[in-house]
Design a protein. Structure first.
Length: 441
């Protein structure tokens, strides 16, 4: 298996090198080859992980139907709102500062400080949520039991992300790839067990994900234990919280623009339409969000360490239009196939599919430029945070205006315009790529 993977990798590098030289008119250097190598390992594992994840989504959507699938989407959406105060941007700051320098003691101090801060934020958030559970559940217009499930989901989700982000910050991409596969394997396995014992509901989906998060995160803690010790460094805590503070603004806004559409669909329409919208969102974005997930996993650590951001920016800008033009029809075709597998209760609408294809392209574009801007430093994260605020405000305003008028199409159009706003703001500060902050060693 290992030999076969190495053979595939060598052939892939040769093919990539040919296209690279034709597009950029230069030979591929060691830095780019290392970046491609990391993409290969993460991509190889992500393909396997996606098969497990895909099976989980198809099975659950077919067995639960739009209403049950919508209930799961609603819990997940609320959980994402509850999750961002639990780390206050520490995850992003952890990647930024840990990846810059591979000195062990430096990394150990940063990671330990970050974990202590995150633990404080998580515990404080859960206590507040429990104290004000009745009031918050009323805000989301959901039963208290659904809100409690969302708290559990959010806690497990944050724990797993924190451990997974630690691996990427340490440039341990092979291990990250392995654990991504393990998470999705456990997810599918637990859900299959629930199917066998005839326990199939939105709750069984949530429990499956929470167990997968907890088990995988626990194993990662064992792997990175040498970086964890009870040391709290005030200087690094200040840097982490300051950078994380800007990331929090962007994080809070991103939670809004990525999830508020489902809340408004639930408010103005029904939980069944939430399920249909969630199915479209998964089906139509998988084709590009899949490679985006692979690239962005290693992109921020890579870009943070790489001094010449302007070179990266020029390369992205040169190849992106051609890539996206080719991707548009592929997104619709792949989305149609996936939605067909969801079953007859999820009807295909070409207009909605076409709009979602545009959304997917904009998500990919905004993701690349946004990560590159974050790698600049504090002034970069300020730009993406500012962009995220305007993105969220645009999304909320258009959702309120369009969903009551044209239903699901309105939610997709609102998302399109909000991503356009973010991309325009980020590119308006592209001069930062030419004059990044000094990297702190």
């Amino acid at each position: 298996m290992y030999k076969m993977k190495e053979i595939i990798y060598e052939k892939t590098i040769k093919i990539v090198a040919i296209f690279y030289e034709k597009i950029f008119h230069e030979k591929m250097n060691n830095i780019i080859e290392k970046f491609i190598k990391n993409i290969f390992y993460v991509g190889f594992a992500t393909i396997i992980a996606t098969i497990f994840s895909f099976s989980f989504n198809i099975l659950s959507a077919r067995l639960l139907g739009p209403m049950g699938y919508g209930e799961f989407a609603l819990v997940q959406t609320i959980a994402f709102f509850l999750a961002f105060p639990m780390t206050l941007g520490i995850r992003t700051a952890l990647i930024k500062y840990t990846s810059e320098n591979e000195d062990f003691e430096r990394q150990r101090t940063i990671i330990s400080t970050a974990y202590i801060l995150a633990s404080i934020f998580i515990i404080s958030s859960v206590i507040i949520y429990l104290i004000f559970s009745t009031q918050i559940s009323i805000v989301f217009s959901v039963p208290i039991a659904v809100f409690y499930l969302s708290i559990i989901f959010a806690t497990c989700y944050v724990f797993y992300l924190l451990t997974a982000y630690t691996l990427t910050s340490l440039h341990q991409m092979k291990k990250y790839a392995i654990f991504t596969t393990i998470y999705n394997f456990v997810l599918l396995l637990v859900f299959l067990i629930f199917i066998l014992i005839n326990f199939v509901s939105a709750k069984s989906m949530i429990i499956s994900m929470c167990l997968a998060y907890g088990i995988t995160g626990g194993i990662i803690i064992g792997v990175i234990r040498k970086y964890l010790f009870l040391k709290f460094d005030k200087d690094w805590a200040r840097d982490l919280t300051k950078y994380g503070g800007y990331a929090t603004i962007g994080g809070a806004s991103s939670v809004l623009y990525q999830n508020i559409d489902k809340i408004f669909i639930y408010k103005y329409m029904s939980v069944t339409f939430v399920g249909i919208y969630f199915a479209y969102n998964y089906s139509m974005t998988l084709a590009l969000v899949f490679p985006l997930q692979i690239i962005t996993t290693i992109f921020l650590p890579f870009a943070s360490k790489y001094e010449h951001k302007d070179i990266i920016f020029k390369k992205i800008t040169r190849i992106l239009p051609l890539f996206l033009l080719i991707s548009y029809p592929i997104i619709i075709i792949v989305g149609f196939i996936i939605l067909y597998l969801y079953g007859g209760r999820y009807p295909f609408d070409l207009k909605i599919a076409s709009l979602f294809a545009i959304v997917t392209i904009l998500i990919f574009t905004e993701g690349l430029y946004g990560q590159l801007m974050n790698s600049v430093g504090k002034k970069g994260i300020r730009v993406t945070s500012f962009a995220a605020i305007f993105m969220a405000l645009t999304n909320i305003f258009l959702n309120i205006c369009l969903i009551p008028l044209i239903g699901l199409e309105g939610a997709v159009i609102a998302t399109i315009f909000s991503y356009l706003v973010s991309i325009i703001i980020i590119l308006s500060k592209k001069r930062y790529f030419y004059h990044p902050e000094e990297i702190k060693f």
